[in-house]
Design a protein around this ligand. Structure first.
Ligand code: HEC
Ligand code: HEC
Ligand code: HEC
Ligand code: HEC
Ligand code: HEC
Ligand code: HEC
Length: 432
C-alpha cells in the first residue's frame, strides 16, 4: 500500500510541467504572429468594391509587383506608406482617384492627401494608365495580404530597424506571455511538491504510531529519500539537459529580436538596381560607384549623375531608367534605403580596412556580384569586429608607418602582429 516511490513521482511531475510549457514555447516562437496561419484563406467579409476571387487577387499581385513594389509593401513602410487596411482608411473610389492622379488630389486640398504629402514629402507618380478594375484588383490583393497578416517573426526581426514592423513587437509580446506562463507553471510545481512533502510527513508520523505494521511496510517507512539516486537517474539528467537547452534557445531568440541584429536585411529599393548585372555581368568596379572606400570613412552611394554616365545612352526607353530621369528633373536624390547601419556609438572607417589593410569588400559584404538586391551578410555586431581583429594579421607590407611597430612587436612576441596588438581591441578606437 505504501509502494509509491517519491522519486518517480517527482520526475513525473517535473516532466509534465516542462513538456507542457515547452510545447507552448515552441508554438509561440515558431511563428511570431501568435497563431496567424501562413495561408489563412480569405474568408473575412470583403470591403465594398473589392474581390475575394483568387484569380483577381493573383492579377492584383502581378500589377502590384510591376508598378508599386519598389515603393510599397503591405505591412512595412518603404518609400510610401504600408498599404495594410488602406481600404479602411479611404473609400475605394477615393483610392482609385488618388492612385491615378495623386498630385492632382493633393493640390485640390484634400486634407487626408495633404497630410500624407506632408509626411512623405514626395508625390507618387501618376498611374492613369491603370484601369479602375486593375486598381481594384491591386487593392483586393492588398486586402488578402492584410488579412493574412505580416510574414514570420524572423523576417521582421531581420528588418528590425524599421519603425513599424508589427510582427517583431508581436513576437516580443509573445515571449513576455511565455515567460509569465513558465513562471506560473514553475510556481505551481513548487506548491505541488510542498503539499506532497507535507502529506508524506504527516502520513509517516501517523503510521509510526501504529503498532501493527508488517516488516516490509516498516522498512519503507524508515527509508530516506535517496537524493544521490535521483540526481544520477537518467530521467533527471535528461530533464535537466532539456530545460537547459530550452532556456538557451529562448535567450537566443529574445537576444536576436531585441539587439536589432539585421543580418539578412534586404530592403526593396526605389529603383531596382542590380549589382549582379552591373558589378557581376558588366564587371563595373565597385570604386567606380562607391567612390569613398579608399578615401574616407564612408563608402558613398553614387548620385544619379554617375548612373547618367551610362544611362544617358543605355536603355533610355526603359521605364525604370525613365524614373532616374524623373529624379534628376525634379532635382531630387534617389532615396536608397540603407542596408548596413551601425549605431551612432560605433565608428567604422572604410579606408582603414580597404586601403590600409587591403581587405576585399566580399569579406564583409558577401558576394555582392551575385546579388540582385543587396543584403546584409555579416552580423555587424561588436563581437564580429573584435573577432576579426583578434585573428587578422596587420598588413605591414610596403607600409613604412608600421616598420617600427613590427620590430617592437617581434622583440616581445613570436606570433605575427595582429590587429589586437596595435590597439584594435581598445574601446576608444571604435567608440566615440
Ligand atoms: C515612386 C514611389 C511610389 C510608387 C511607384 C507608388 N507609390 Fe503609392 N505612395 C507613394 C508615396 C510617397 C505615398 C505617400 C503619399 C504622397 O506623398 O504622395 C504613396 C501613397 C499611396 C497610397 C495612400 C496610402 C495611405 O496610407 O493612405 C496608396 C493607396 C498608394 N500609394 C497606392 C499605390 C499603388 C496601388 C501603386 C502602384 C500602382 C503605388 N502606390 C505606386 C509612393 C509610391
Ligand atoms: C553602377 C554603380 C555601382 C557599382 C559598380 C557597385 N555598386 Fe554597390 N551600390 C550602388 C547603389 C546605387 C547602391 C544603393 C542601392 C542598393 O542598395 O542596391 C549600392 C549599394 C551597395 C551596398 C549596400 C549599401 C548600404 O545601404 O548599406 C553595398 C555593401 C555595396 N553596394 C557594395 C558594392 C560592391 C562590393 C561592389 C563591387 C563588387 C559594388 N557595390 C558595385 C551602386 C553600385
Ligand atoms: C558603366 C555603365 C553603367 C553605369 C554607371 C550604370 N549602369 Fe545601369 N546598366 C548598364 C548596362 C550595360 C545595363 C544593361 C543594359 C541592357 O540590359 O541592355 C544597365 C541596366 C540597368 C538597369 C536595368 C534596366 C532595365 O530596364 O532592364 C537599371 C535599373 C539600371 N541599369 C540602373 C542603374 C542605376 C540606378 C545606376 C546608378 C547608380 C546605373 N544603372 C549605373 C550600365 C551602367
Ligand atoms: C572590414 C569590413 C568591411 C569591408 C572590407 C568593406 N566594408 Fe563596406 N561596410 C562595412 C560596415 C561595417 C558598414 C556599415 C558602416 C556604417 O553603418 O557606418 C559598411 C557600409 C558600406 C556601404 C554603405 C554606405 C556607407 O559607407 O556606410 C557601402 C556602399 C559599402 N560598405 C561598400 C563597400 C565596398 C564597395 C567595399 C570594398 C571596396 C567595402 N564596403 C568593404 C564593412 C566593410
Ligand atoms: C575582416 C576583418 C575585419 C573586420 C570584420 C573588422 N575589422 Fe577593423 N581592422 C581590420 C584590420 C586588418 C585592421 C588594421 C588596419 C591597419 O593596418 O591599420 C583594422 C583596423 C581597425 C581600426 C583601427 C585600429 C587601430 O588601432 O588603428 C578600427 C577603429 C577598426 N578596425 C574598427 C572596426 C569596426 C568598428 C569593425 C566592425 C564594425 C571592424 N573594424 C571590423 C580588420 C577587420
Ligand atoms: C573593433 C571595434 C570595437 C571595439 C574595440 C569595441 N567596440 Fe563596443 N561596439 C562596437 C560595435 C560595432 C558596436 C555596435 C554593435 C551592435 O550594434 O550590435 C558596439 C557596441 C557596444 C556597446 C553597446 C552594446 C549594445 O548592445 O548596443 C557597448 C556598451 C560597447 N560597445 C562597449 C565597448 C567597450 C567597453 C569596449 C572596450 C572594452 C568596446 N566596446 C570595444 C565595436 C567595438
Amino acid at each position: 500500500m505504501l509502494r509509491f516511490k517519491f522519486s518517480s513521482l517527482l520526475v513525473l511531475v517535473v516532466w509534465c510541467v516542462f513538456a507542457f510549457s515547452t510545447t507552448l514555447f515552441a508554438q509561440n516562437d515558431g511563428d511570431g504572429n501568435g497563431g496567424t496561419a501562413d495561408s489563412a484563406p480569405v474568408t473575412a467579409p470583403s470591403v465594398a468594391g473589392l474581390s475575394v476571387d483568387q484569380s483577381i487577387i493573383d492579377q492584383g499581385k502581378g500589377l502590384f509587383d510591376a508598378n508599386c513594389k519598389q515603393c510599397h509593401a503591405v505591412h512595412e513602410k518603404i518609400v510610401g506608406p504600408a498599404l495594410a487596411k488602406v481600404y479602411e482608411r479611404r473609400t475605394v473610389p477615393w483610392l482609385i482617384n488618388f492612385i491615378k492622379y495623386p498630385q492632382r488630389v493633393i493640390e485640390s486640398g484634400d486634407a487626408y492627401a495633404v497630410a500624407l504629402y506632408k509626411e512623405y514629402q514626395q508625390y507618387m507618380p501618376n498611374h492613369d494608365f491603370l484601369k479602375d478594375d486593375e486598381i481594384k484588383a491591386i487593392l483586393s490583393w492588398v486586402q488578402a495580404e492584410t488579412i493574412k497578416g505580416p510574414a514570420t517573426a524572423t523576417v521582421a526581426a531581420a528588418a528590425g530597424g524599421d519603425a513599424n514592423a508589427p510582427a517583431a513587437t508581436n513576437a516580443v509580446a509573445n515571449t513576455g506571455l511565455l515567460t509569465a506562463i513558465i513562471a506560473g507553471l514553475t510556481f505551481l510545481l513548487i506548491v505541488t511538491l510542498a503539499v506532497l512533502a507535507l502529506m508524506a510527513a504527516t502520513l509517516s508520523k501517523y503510521l509510526k504510531k501504529q503498532s501493527d505494521l508488517s516488516e516490509e511496510d516498516l522498512e519503507i517507512l524508515n527509508q530516506r529519500i535517496n537524493w544521490a539516486g535521483i540526481f544520477k537517474s537518467q530521467a533527471f539528467i535528461g530533464i535537466t539537459a532539456f530545460i537547459f537547452v530550452a532556456l538557451v534557445l529562448k535567450a537566443t531568440v529574445e537576444g536576436l529580436i531585441t539587439i536589432g541584429v539585421q543580418q539578412g536585411y534586404a530592403p526593396t529599393q526605389p529603383i531596382p538596381f542590380s549589382h549582379k548585372l552591373h558589378a557581376g555581368q558588366y564587371e563595373i568596379d565597385c570604386k567606380y560607384c562607391h567612390t569613398g572606400v579608399e578615401k574616407g570613412k564612408s563608402a558613398n552611394i553614387p548620385s544619379a549623375n554617375i548612373c547618367m554616365n551610362c544611362h544617358n545612352a543605355i536603355k533610355t526607353t526603359s521605364p525604370i531608367i525613365q524614373k532616374i530621369y524623373e529624379y534628376i528633373e525634379r532635382d531630387e536624390p534617389i532615396q536608397w534605403v540603407r542596408v548596413h547601419n551601425l549605431p551612432d556609438l560605433a565608428y567604422f572607417n572604410h579606408q582603414q580596412h580597404v586601403k590600409v589593410a587591403g581587405i576585399e569588400c566580399e569579406n564583409c559584404h558577401g558576394n555582392i556580384k551575385e546579388m540582385e538586391v543587396v543584403q546584409q551578410v555579416s552580423l555587424l555586431t561588436m563581437g564580429w569586429c573584435i573577432d576579426c581583429h583578434r585573428k587578422t594579421e596587420v598588413n605591414a607590407k610596403d607600409n613604412a608607418y608600421y616598420d617600427n611597430l613590427v620590430q617592437l612587436h617581434a622583440k616581445s612576441s613570436k606570433s605575427p602582429m595582429r590587429v589586437e596588438d596595435i590597439g584594435g581591441l581598445e574601446c576608444a578606437k571604435c567608440h566615440y
